[in-house]
Design a protein around this ligand. Sequence first.
Ligand SMILES: [Mn+2]
Length: 418
Amino acid sequence: MRILHTSDWHLGRSFHRVSMLDAQRRFIDHLVETVRERHVDAVLVAGDVYDRAVPPLAAVELYDEALHRLAGLGVPTVMISGNHDSARRLGVGAGLIERAGIHLRTDPAGCADPVVLTDEHGDIACYGLPYLEPALVRDALAAPKANHTAVLGAAMDQVRADLAARPPGTRSIVLAHAFVTGGTASDSERDITVGGVAAVPAETFAGIDYVALGHLHGCQRITERVRYSGSPLAYSFSETDHRKSTWLVDLGPGPADPGAGSGAELSAQRIDCPVPRPLARIRGPLDTLLDDPALDRHEDAYVEATLTDAHRPHEPMARLAKRFPHVLSLVFEPDRAPEDPLASYARRLRGRSDQQIAEDFVAHVRAGRGPDPVERAVLTDALDAVRTAEAAENGEAADNAGGAGNAKTAERAAEVAR
Ligand SMILES: [Mn+2]
């Protein structure tokens, strides 16, 4: 069985106000070409199909076109919702497109209802786990706690129970949208921290032959069997050094002795995505950036320029744009003596979590005395409440929970937010 694993299309997303729709359309062309040329048997899309709950019309049309082309190839596609998607909206029509071989999983209640694929070695049960917002799906999954590890663990217990009831030797694939421990983030994922923790251990997926992950935007391997495809396009300058890809995975026969604990034969290769325009981060005083011949090679790139001039130069963007017509982002970081209290506040904040920043602020205003455990818990609760309220506002309170659970989970979200 040859599968193509992709995720995080973020259809409708722009990059520093430049529309990425044409680039996204070229990626869909590339995807369809790859499926055809490489004789792919199934396509996996691990969430964040859209960039937001209510995507722009052009993005919906591109999604529709992608589904038509994939269905036209007769290649089954399994797709889940991510934290950027509105599960409920994306899920409309799922029953109907199922008939065309597009298997869309957006409801946590369907976690243990696999798409069964078949090849010459037998069955492969393919489970699509939509993004699980802990506070909103905890009850539905009967998870012991409202955190990522608990809800994903509960969903995986259901998956393993279903798998155990299938014929011996049935191979397994899981799609999930989560931050798995050991993964590397960039600046373009939305923070999903709950209770101060964003990540779930890779062991959550123990016993599965291939885990197709979405959420992190860099293509990466957590273990041989647990991988992120990453986004097909860069959505922040922090991804300047990424090689955007999909995974082409060949899943072979299961082990001769299914009880031995080893998984099915597996090999994976990276397929590069088309690059609409390279990214470059350049840094220095404005005059140097305008004159340095070493920067010739970046003239056609999307550019982020960090100016280190002691004083803000006159009209820097207009001057940079003469040499770099695609300059999109300007950062000022004046070179200052390290003892200068103004020495780049932004630089001090870079790469630190909201929790760390809040805790350091407490220490700062109390002459070095940081929060005690109780105060730390208050900060964590407050940051969680903000996130949950955002999710609820996005319509996800209603979107992620099914039927009678709606009112209860919405109430819970409101309670946390209060
Ligand atoms: Mn994403």
